[in-house]
Design a binder for this molecule. Structure first.
Ligand SMILES: [Zn+2]
Ligand SMILES: [Zn+2]
Length: 248
């Protein structure tokens, strides 16, 4: 039997989740979790999706500490779900803040302000043309893979969120970079597990995984059953997952 003891990927009102840190913490406790991760969106996401600015993360860190006092036996990690904003792999959260936070999740999101217009135009053009042209698809795949690998190397990312979602990448290449840097790949419950093959391909390279709810509502926190099922189907063992242990 597997015991899932952490959900690292949950959102609150600080980005576009509906609950507070306390709401998520209460649900995490109810679900029997030992660790809850707060991972609100970085500021580069469009509209109300992202955090208003970088100062919000100071509030998240302070509130996390306060709520931790209230909920017995629950460790709460203050973190973010940062965005890759350039082909050089820069994130919308500076390195100094990444070090201050308890955890950094990062991934490609499509509705994001790029660092500069050139990268933004190139990104959009390649993804759109890639739907129609094999040559552009290949180009987009190469550039996306390069960007995400650069991000893995130059930042302090703990978990790459929903790899392969929205964006076409070379999984084994990313997995090798993640093994070198101690970065895990996410099995994302909210977006559904797109392919068991992806998990197998990354596992063959020695990658570690984390199952995340990506909860945007408190009642979704810790609901990780479909991710567990996917991990088992892919043949993973508990020691290949950051939030699972064998129940004794
Ligand atoms: Zn979101
Ligand atoms: Zn998320």
């Amino acid at each position: 039997m597997w015991q899932v003891f952490a959900d690292y990927h949950t959102h609150t009102k600080y980005s576009h989740g509906t609950g507070t840190i306390l709401d998520n913490a209460k649900e995490a406790k109810r679900q029997g979790l030992e660790i809850l991760g707060i991972a609100d969106h970085g500021p580069a996401n469009w509209g109300h999706v992202g955090t208003a600015d970088l100062k919000v993360f100071q509030r998240i860190m302070a509130e996390t500490k306060r709520v931790e006092q209230e909920i017995d036996g629950l460790k709460i990690l203050a973190g973010c779900e940062a965005n890759i904003i350039s082909y050089e792999g820069e994130l919308d959260i500076p390195l100094a803040l990444q070090r201050e936070l308890d955890q950094v999740l990062a991934g490609f999101h499509t509705a994001v302000n790029p660092k500069n217009l050139r990268d933004g135009m190139k990104f959009v053009t390649e993804q759109v043309l890639g739907r129609f042209s094999l040559r552009y698809r290949q180009k987009a795949r190469n550039n996306n893979t390069k960007a995400i690998m650069a991000a893995v190397y130059r930042n302090q990312i703990d978990i790459i969120t929903h790899p392969g979602l929205h964006i076409n990448i070379d999984t084994p290449e990313l997995a090798r970079a993640c093994v070198k840097t101690g970065t895990a790949l996410e099995i994302n419950v909210r977006h559904g597990v797109k392919s068991i093959e992806f998990i197998k391909a990354a596992a063959r390279e020695g990658a570690k995984f984390a199952i995340g709810s990506d909860a945007h509502r408190p009642d979704r926190v810790g609901k990780l059953a479909s991710g567990v099922k996917a991990a088992i189907t892919a043949g993973l063992k508990p020691d290949q997952l950051l939030n699972v242990r064998e129940k004794t």
